[in-house]
Write a protein that binds this ligand. Structure first.
Ligand SMILES: C[S@@+](CC[C@H](N)C(=O)[O-])C[C@H]1O[C@@H](n2cnc3c(N)ncnc32)[C@H](O)[C@@H]1O
Length: 225
C-alpha cells in the first residue's frame, strides 16, 4: 500500500439544500480505496462519527455491512433515509459507545468532529459543554478505547484528519499529530497515508474540499493487536 494517494477533483452528488453550507462529507474515493484494501464482502464496517453517512453508504454499496453512530438528529435522519439497512445507524453520542448494541467490527473509517486548540466549547457535546482542547483529546481517546472492545483481531481503524491552519489571528492546531498521539495510547499506530487533492487549490487559497488551506489530509491507520 502506498503511503500517499492522489485524489481526483471531487465529483459527488449534492446534499439537500438545507445541508449544502455544511458539507463535511469525506470523499467517496477514499472510502472505496480503504474498504477495498482492508475488507472483504460481508465484513462489518463502522463509523462512530457517521455524519452524512459516506462510510456507511459506500460500505453498503460494496456489499459490506455498515454500522454507525451520529449525534446530530438531522444528519442521522438523512443517512438513515439513504441506507437500505436503516437500523444500522444509531442516533447517539459516541462517548457512550460501550452502551450501544454494536456487532464485532472488521473495519473502521471515521473523521471525528474537529476542535481548534483555542476553543472552549467541546464539539463532542454539540458545542453545549465547556471543555478545553485537552478534554476533547481525552474524550477522543476514550471513544477509541471503548471501540477497541468491539474490534475483531487485526481490524484496521482509519482516522481522516488534518492540521488546522492558522487563520483570522487564531493559532495553528496540530490536530493530526495530537490525535495520532491520543489514539496511539489505546490502538497500535501502524502508519499514515497522505491523501492529496489534485487540481483543487493550486494557489493554496483555502478553497480545498474542507476549506482549511491545505490540499492534503492524513489517513491515520491503527490496528487492533
Ligand atoms: C466530520 S463529520 C463526519 C462526516 C462524515 N465522514 C461524512 O462523510 O459525512 C463529524 C460528525 O461527527 C458528529 N458528532 C460530533 N460529536 C459526536 C458524538 N459525540 N457522537 C457521535 N457523533 C458526533 C457530527 O455531528 C458530525 O456529523
Amino acid at each position: 500500500m502506498k503511503t500517499y494517494i492522489l485524489l481526483p477533483r471531487m465529483k459527488r452528488g449534492m446534499l439537500p439544500e438545507e445541508f449544502q453550507d455544511d458539507d463535511v462529507r469525506s470523499a467517496e474515493f477514499l472510502l472505496e480505496y480503504f474498504i477495498e484494501h482492508f475488507t472483504q464482502p460481508g465484513d462489518t464496517v463502522f463509523d462512530p462519527f457517521a455524519g452524512f453517512g459516506t462510510t456507511l453508504l459506500v460500505a453498503e454499496r460494496m456489499k459490506r455491512i455498515p454500522f454507525g453512530i451520529e449525534a446530530d438528529e438531522r444528519r442521522y435522519g438523512y443517512t438513515r433515509s439513504k441506507l437500505t439497512m436503516k437500523d444500522n445507524i444509531i442516533l447517539g453520542d459516541s462517548r457512550k459507545l460501550d452502551t450501544f448494541p454494536l456487532p464485532n467490527i472488521d473495519f473502521v473509517f471515521t473523521s471525528p468532529i474537529f476542535m481548534g486548540c483555542d476553543e472552549t466549547k467541546n464539539p463532542l457535546s454539540g458545542f453545549k459543554e465547556y471543555g478545553t482542547y485537552q478534554v476533547y483529546l481525552d474524550q477522543i481517546q476514550d471513544i477509541f478505547r471503548k471501540l477497541d472492545a468491539f474490534l475483531n483481531p487485526a481490524a484496521r481503524v482509519v482516522v481522516e484528519v488534518y492540521n488546522l491552519a492558522p487563520r483570522d489571528g487564531r493559532p495553528m492546531t496540530l490536530l493530526a499529530w495530537d490525535m495520532t498521539y491520543a489514539i496511539s495510547k489505546v490502538l497500535r499506530f501502524e502508519k499514515e497515508i497522505i491523501a492529496c487533492w489534485q487540481g483543487v487549490d493550486d494557489e493554496n487559497t483555502g478553497e480545498t474540499p474542507m476549506g482549511v488551506g491545505y490540499d492534503h489530509h492524513y489517513c491515520l491507520v491503527f490496528v487492533k493487536d
